[in-house]
Write a protein that binds this ligand. Structure first.
Ligand code: HEC
Ligand code: HEC
Length: 243
């Protein structure tokens, strides 16, 4: 408990500091590549080859499930990868490869990718624009909104770490704390249950492991529906962009 209080205070001060700072890094991460560096171009080309055609070692093409630009497939509960932070994507592929994160399809795929391919794919997807998810399929339940915005005893509000509307905190903090807005509800539920059952690495300081264990099944469903219904950064960037 005490440890959580300290962490949350640190995080909050980080989030506030970020809000005062100019927002360049967050914005750059959701736009297509602007840099013309040869190294970046080579990474993007390597990644695109794997996304569309698979890897020479036999990893399936990402596009089948995640879409060519990482837009995901809501009905199949395949998460979008577009616009997720590069260090986060890289970490997840390594967790699948090490069998620490439990999904047989992704474990088999990550196992057939080397470090350079993983870095290239993480770069590629982090530079795509997330799908413009705007409106809820069903109005999100009040229980989900309460947890997301206010938290409860021993569970800090989700937006403390996942940013307003779950669209991420941006800047350096995004390396640890991914955006979760607009992901398929079933996908989000599966992640929270994985933490509850110890089947996904707990993240920075064990935070999501501790939170997952405290969530009830009803809370998991409600809060997942809430964040699935939140617009992504791509859908709000026009209205929220600062002068
Ligand atoms: C057969 C379908 C399929 C293919 C092909 C596939 N994925 Fe996935 N991917 C999934 C599923 C399903 C999940 C969700 C796993 C879970 O529930 O933990 C996922 C999750 C991920 C995640 C974690 C996302 C997050 O928000 O934490 C990353 C990163 C990822 N995939 C990258 C890739 C890359 C890179 C490729 C291509 C080399 C690829 N995937 C190919 C089905 C697929
Ligand atoms: C104190 C900080 C903190 C709080 C509060 C928090 N999270 Fe997280 N969350 C994290 C971290 C750190 C990660 C990244 C874990 C990793 O690197 O694998 C994460 C990742 C996630 C993911 C995985 C996203 C993906 O693409 O797979 C989901 C889903 C999630 N959190 C949901 C929630 C929900 C719902 C709440 C509120 C009940 C919440 N989180 C509150 C820190 C937090």
């Amino acid at each position: 408990m005490r440890r959580h209080g300290v962490l949350t205070a640190v995080l909050l001060s980080g989030a506030v500091a970020h809000a005062d700072a100019p927002p360049p890094a967050a914005d750059a991460s959701v736009r297509p590549a602007a840099s013309s560096s040869a190294a970046l171009a080579a990474q993007m080309a390597l990644a695109q080859q794997i996304v569309l055609h698979g890897s020479p070692q036999g990893a399936h093409e990402c596009a089948i499930c995640h879409g060519e630009e990482g837009q995901g497939k809501i009905k199949a509960a395949f998460p979008h990868l577009a616009g997720l932070p590069k260090p986060y994507l890289e970490r997840q592929l390594k967790h699948f490869d090490a069998l620490a994160r439990n999904n047989p399809s992704m474990q088999a795929i990550a196992h057939k990718l080397d470090d350079a391919q993983i870095a290239a794919l993480a770069t590629y997807f982090s530079r795509q624009v997330p799908p413009p998810i705007m409106s809820p399929v069903t109005p999100p339940p009040a229980l989900g909104e309460a947890l997301a915005l206010r938290g409860r005893d021993a569970i800090p509000a989700c937006v403390t770490c996942h940013g307003p509307g779950g669209r991420g905190l941006g800047g350096a903090l995004s390396a640890a704390f991914p955006p979760i807005a607009g992901q398929p509800a079933v996908y989000l539920e599966r992640q929270l249950r994985a933490w509850k059952n110890g089947q996904r690495p707990a993240g920075l300081d064990g935070l999501m492991g501790a939170i997952g264990k405290r969530l009830s099944e009803a809370e998991i469903v409600a809060v997942s529906q809430y964040f699935a219904a939140q617009p992504t950064l791509a859908a709000t960037v026009a209205t929220e962009a600062r002068p």
